[in-house]
Design a protein around this ligand. Structure first.
Ligand SMILES: *[C@@H]1O[C@H](CO)[C@@H](O)[C@H](O)[C@H]1NC(C)=O
Ligand SMILES: *[C@@H]1O[C@H](CO)[C@@H](O)[C@H](O)[C@H]1NC(C)=O
Ligand SMILES: *[C@@H]1O[C@H](CO)[C@@H](O)[C@H](O)[C@H]1NC(C)=O
Ligand SMILES: *[C@@H]1O[C@H](CO)[C@@H](O)[C@H](O)[C@H]1NC(C)=O
Ligand SMILES: *[C@@H]1O[C@H](CO)[C@@H](O)[C@H](O)[C@H]1NC(C)=O
Ligand SMILES: *[C@@H]1O[C@H](CO)[C@@H](O)[C@H](O)[C@H]1NC(C)=O
Length: 245
């Protein structure tokens, strides 16, 4: 059986109208950052940043893949997965892939009209759990309002909804960005143990973010996927919400 990762790579390589001009390896050997700990080489079982004892952390209840080529598709193992992030953008005439990350069950820390602050954080994945390609794999993150468990496909991707609504849906405010380039990841590992603080918002029983590549890749594809983002996967990586500290 194909793993999600293999499946994703097949989809990317088979559907792109204009393939990358150069065959990009998963992680070019000569640019691999030496400082990035992996699940195998890490000195401790958990190299991720320490969470202060006062903090409560929450992990996503769902990850949803949103593909512009299949605007209403929410069904396949890839699109309806619980454990996989995929972001892809090349040119205006090629398809895009975005991802929705939803957290549910924060009701205990977020009573109605709560004024408590929730922070969205991103723990960079280990290098052998991700594929990064393209000249500018920078991810824009938008907070959206969605019911827990509601369908998620390109037709519910908020920037696309706004673009096709002719003004009746306003474009979402940019919540934060994550620079996935290898150099930026290395800097984040050096400076903050690979932890990226994406942004802060008011806590709520359900919190939802959608994300996609910020710009076109041109002749190449701006692309980032990663797996192993679902606890109890260890070390914990990917998105989390923290509050109370
Ligand atoms: C990277 O190293 C592996 C193992 O040594 C080799 O199989 C692969 O071809 C190399 N890739 C590049 C892009 O040099
Ligand atoms: C929350 O705020 C809304 C709007 O200000 C108000 O109508 C509602 O009664 C508030 N709910 C609670 C539980 O305080
Ligand atoms: C807050 O959570 C409620 C209950 O799950 C949900 O209906 C609402 O859309 C959420 N609001 C935001 C801003 O995410
Ligand atoms: C969008 O709105 C403008 C101004 O209201 C209108 O002229 C135009 O026909 C609309 N386009 C579509 C596709 O609805
Ligand atoms: C992303 O990081 C790379 C490497 O540090 C940098 O050259 C580039 O300007 C950054 N892009 C953005 C949009 O911040
Ligand atoms: C990260 O730290 C290593 C080891 O100190 C250093 O060699 C490398 O240049 C640093 N890279 C960045 C982008 O800060």
């Amino acid at each position: 059986m194909l793993s999600l990762h293999t499946l994703a790579n097949l989809i990317v390589t088979s559907f792109l109208l204009a393939p990358p001009t150069t065959a990009l390896p998963l992680w070019p050997n000569n640019t691999t950052p030496a400082a990035v700990p992996t699940a195998c080489s890490s000195p401790t079982s958990n190299p991720t940043a320490e969470i202060a004892p006062a903090c409560q952390s929450f992990y996503p209840t769902s990850y949803r893949i949103m593909n512009s080529r299949y605007p209403t598709w929410d069904q396949t193992p890839l699109h309806g997965n619980q454990d996989f992030v995929m972001l892809l953008r090349q040119r205006a005439d090629t398809f895009q892939v975005a991802t929705q990350v939803q957290f549910d069950g924060l009701g205990d820390v977020a009573p109605p009209n709560s004024s408590s602050t929730c922070r969205l954080q991103f723990q960079l994945p280990a290098k052998d759990m991700q594929t990064v390609l393209g000249p500018a794999p920078v991810v824009d993150v938008y907070q959206v309002e969605r019911e827990a468990g509601s369908p998620a496909s390109w037709s519910t991707y908020e920037p696309a909804l706004a673009a096709s609504s002719n003004g009746s849906v306003s474009a979402p405010r940019l919540f934060g960005s994550i620079n996935g380039s290898l150099a930026a990841q290395e800097t984040a590992w050096n400076q903050s143990v690979g932890l990226v603080d994406v942004g802060a918002t008011f806590c709520n029983a359900t919190l939802t973010w959608q994300m996609a590549m910020a710009i076109d890749g041109g002749d190449e594809v701006n692309y980032w996927d990663f797996i192993g983002v679902d606890p109890p996967f260890n070390p914990v990586q990917g998105f989390r919400v923290i509050t109370g500290c």
